[in-house]
Design a protein around this ligand. Sequence first.
Ligand SMILES: [Zn+2]
Length: 154
Amino acid sequence: MEQINVDLTHQHGLMQARTRTEIRSMLRHSGLRPTRQRMALAEILFGKGNRHISAENLHEEAMVQRVPVSLATVYNTLHQFTDAGLLREVAVDGSKTYFDTNVSDHHHFFVEDDNTVLDIEDDRMDVNHLPAAPEGYEISRVDVVVRLRRIARG
Ligand SMILES: [Zn+2]
């Protein structure tokens, strides 16, 4: 008999763009007042489907769209959204942090040539043989970043 595997946890790649109304209620449901600045930034973040974006890039996009907001406010807002569970932080190395609109459990590719972060959609990605957590701790999450570089053509 043919077996059909439908794994709902793998639908994360399908998140569609959200409308302004959806974004407003999303903020409210997360306990965040939909101020003008939050709304403007949330629309850039969530208005185009899933994305991975740094604070600097979000700030640049806000400038292009003439949203008057400082980089410090962008940082604060991103951290508020993260604390509210709307975003997930992806640390690629010490200095580079990306914010992911896809908060489901998944791993990432990092393209070193152009500093982009991509979701790993391959379900065969598997983390086996995790170490035992030290006494008094439990593993809360495993984040894997698989680094990519372009194959040199010679
Ligand atoms: Zn992601």
